[in-house]
Design a protein around this ligand. Structure first.
Ligand SMILES: [Zn+2]
Length: 325
């Protein structure tokens, strides 16, 4: 009997090592160093309470309007890189007090991700240490870039940031690991920045990336990206700050949802592969989708320690709470 138990633990330990090794390989880093120290601040509670719902993310005092890693969180403090989410799974909690309409909008944003990519927003289980807390208790729309470790807030001030689905998708896409389209290194071929119309002190928001600092994953410049600024972003006089250099039918700053290229880029970053779900062929799966080893390990734990079902129950309760809101 003793040998049997010992053997079981050996199998568990070996499998755990395999899973851990795979997870480390999955953790592709996202370089944040070119964004500089302004990325690290604390939320500004003095910020305007009357956000323009068309482009609320462009009105913040934060880097590029809405990029922020709060310095109050010591675990995340001043790290110049973040990471992709393991297996494309993004655990979340709803921290803010959103109206039922706002909750529906957030859920619809999740659905757009689930429909078009292999990313999965899942209610956080207690064992998951890295997760997104969706909040509205602070001012402005803002998010960290990528997975920074521990709890990371995506703040969606109500009602300004939860009026258009594209605004929610935009902020979540920062948490996924994406930056603004017009700051790409090759943007000068596609847009011109009219510095004379930019508000004094906000010029840094238009600083483009240097070669090699970021990647477009081989996907071309996209005027219609949900991550592109609007033509009058950070304007001091109502005149355009961004002019398209090429003829395009796309609207810079659209916030209706993903563009085709947004989806293409996400699926390349997370190595999404073929559609799998037989019930919904539009759902893609990650090549690093939850491993069979992980499921097998979970089954073994559950078989030996039946009480470990608690996490699952917590998850269901969390989902129920979400639906009751
Ligand atoms: Zn943004």
């Amino acid at each position: 009997m003793f040998l049997h138990i010992l053997c079981s633990f050996c199998v568990i330990y070996t499998l755990a090592l395999c899973v851990q090794t795979q997870s480390v390989e999955d953790e592709e880093a996202i370089d944040l160093s070119h964004l500089g120290s302004k990325l690290f601040q604390n939320p500004n509670f003095e910020f305007s309470k009357n956000l323009n719902a068309d482009y609320p993310e462009e009105q913040g005092p934060y880097l590029q309007g809405d990029l922020l890693i709060p310095t109050g969180n010591a675990k995340n403090g001043m790290k110049s890189e973040s990471y992709r989410w393991k297996n494309g799974e993004i655990p979340y909690v709803i921290r803010g007090r959103f109206s039922s309409t706002e909750m529906s909008l957030i859920q619809n944003a999740f659905n757009q991700y689930h429909k078009s990519t292999c990313l999965k927003f899942i209610p956080r289980r207690s064992a998951q240490s890295d997760y997104v807390a969706i909040d509205n208790s602070q001012s402005g729309c803002w998010s960290s870039v990528g997975r920074v470790g521990g709890e990371q807030v995506v703040n969606l001030q109500s009602p300004g940031c939860v009026t258009k689905i594209g605004t929610v998708i935009h902020e979540l896409l920062h948490a996924v690991g994406f930056l603004h389209e017009q700051n790409r290194e090759e943007r000068d071929k596609f847009v011109s920045i009219i510095n004379s119309n930019v508000r004094t002190g906000y010029e840094i928001n238009f600083k483009k990336a240097s070669p090699g600092e970021t990647t477009g994953y081989g996907v071309g410049y996209d005027y219609g990206s949900v991550m592109h600024y609007s033509a009058k972003a950070f304007s001091k006089n109502g005149q355009p700050t961004i002019n398209a250099k090429q003829t395009t039918k796309e609207q810079m700053g659209q916030r209706e949802g993903f563009s085709k290229k947004d989806i293409e880029k996400i699926n390349k970053m997370y190595k999404c592969k073929r559609p799998t779900a037989e019930s919904d062929p539009s759902i893609l799966t990650s090549s690093e989708a939850p491993s069979s080893e992980s499921s097998f390990l979970s089954n073994i734990f559950q078989a030996i320690f039946p009480s470990s079902n608690m996490d699952e129950e917590e998850m269901i309760e969390e989902q129920n709470q979400l639906l009751r809101l």
